[in-house]
Design a protein around this ligand. Sequence first.
Ligand code: DC
Length: 644
Amino acid sequence: MSRRVEPIEGTLDLDVDLPGSKSLTNRALVVAGLADGVSVLHNLGLSDDTRAMIGALEAFGVKVELDGTTVTVHGTGGALRRPDQPIDANMSGTTARFVAPMLLCSGGGSLTAHPQMLGRPMGPLLDAMRSLGGLVEGDALPIEVGSVGTIGDQVTIPADVSSQFISGLMLVAPALPNGLELTLDGTVVSRPYIEMTRSVMQRFGATVEWSGPNVLRVAARGYVGTEYTVEPDASTASYPLAAAAIVGGRVRVRGLGSDSAQGDVGFADVLRRMGADVRVGPDHIEVRGSGTLQAIDVDLGPMSDTAPTFAALAARADGTSSVTGIGFIRTTKESDRLAASVTELNRLGVQATIHDDGFTVVGGPHHHAEVETYEDHRMAMSMALLGLVDTPVTVLDPGCVAKTFPGYFDMLDQLRATARSEPLVLAIDGPAGSGKSTVAAMVADRLRLPHLDTGAMYRSVALAVLRSGVGIDNDAAVTTVAENAVIHVGSVVTIDGEDVTEDIRTPEVTSSVSPVAAIAGVRRVLAARQRDWAIDRGAAVVEGRDIGSAVFPGATMKIYLTASVEERARRRAAQTGATDLEDMKRRIAQRDEIDSNREHDPLTIADDAEVIDSTGVEIDDVVDTIVTRWMALTDAANGIGGTP
Ligand code: DC
């Protein structure tokens, strides 16, 4: 079986609901099984893993009623029946590692798993169980817990192998006679998962405190049955959010936000660092991407499940990205995700190399290939993302996504079905005084297209910054001003409803605007708004400095309008009534200098732009040239375009 994933034309625009977190679901199931009374769990992350956990609970004598994605669990108050058959954790790492310590509460029993799981490390957890009084046979699955003596209340566990061992011990701790003090030995990997375990335990009434930097104290208070809604899975959210970043457009994941206990919500920051516009609310995460990303170096240790997603993103980024901090996932996950990510990127023609604790990826185009998925849902979901842009990707054994997200390919189809067409954009870029604004307005008028002066947007932000009293060199504060200002640019320019058409043209604003426009956060915010504006209108004339090179790299037509500094100074002087021509020349040259040399999206001539030098040329002739060219281009392309 294989599945060919085709590129999406246009920009994404979708709100998605995702299955509940498998990690939270399996924790909540254990806790509900050990709780006193009935629990109802909603939005379960139904997968082979949760089914394995439900099977385990039933084997322990817990009554479980599943109805769609809601489950009712009749907790036993911590007293578990000794299972009469070996419990099968199947392919589920969390089930294996959470169920093993539960055998301490059932007076013993045996636990096995799918052959692929049998070699996965369990040793440190089994040693911990032995030190707590369990007679454990085996160092990896299958295991047999013969009998359980007096259960101890202190245990030391290596913290640098898998946090699932720690979580497993934490989860049973409230059901042990004296609770448990866990000393975590060594550097703690995946600390967010420990916090996630803690947050679920607390929701069911347990007391779990850090009594030292590496010591957790769990009281023997037991759990209380409760109603609980499982959050969408944050690792799974990485796929639709990454899709928005690489395809371009907007995707919102509902029900997951800043209050989440899942460490993988941190992936939103990774996307932000790569240049996507990311908005995190209490109950949603939204990414607005432009389809262009910057390479970054990142430690994915705290969110290692997102490493394959990052591999796919890095393949689309400009430059070389590297990931560190994830050496431990080579042996603890469904596949060796370092080797798998690198091998499959190479197969697609993307340069990638593995190193001790991560990998390096050189962004660049991929070619079509059939990618192996190693029975690993995350490999399948990640590599499929690359098929959404430019060149298809064929995913082998696509059914492996059922592990956590059976509807994954349906979601990709939905992203495609709801994508909006790319707007037709006539981009006009050029330096100050090149005649852009006049030409753009006249061209828009002739073509009966809406016109956006993006310089007026940057000027508006500069004005809002001056008024706010925020220091112009305080990037974060200036970005916040840009985010919060409601700017409307048309024949009248307004900020938060106030007419500022005149105010944005004062010398004070003019001298502050270039430094403000050099701030990456400001550019990110305004570029996203410019894209939204054009997508809403379908076709438009957009003028600025980086329209063809950065905001609409796929613009239908790109003009770079320029003129000699002398000519531009003369035009500006005529506009503003200034008399000192030399001074004007100096100012213009200075602004060119800042705009062309800033780090982010500088004024530059896009490769496929047509350069028009308007020195000594009548404006009407420039307009004629552009209008004629646009009509020919759009008529030839698809018959769309205004009437001159
Ligand atoms: O076109 P203008 O002079 O009104 O533009 C004001 C400033 O805004 C200019 O100095 C550079 C900046 N700008 C930009 O950085 N990117 C754009 N797309 C438009 C303007």
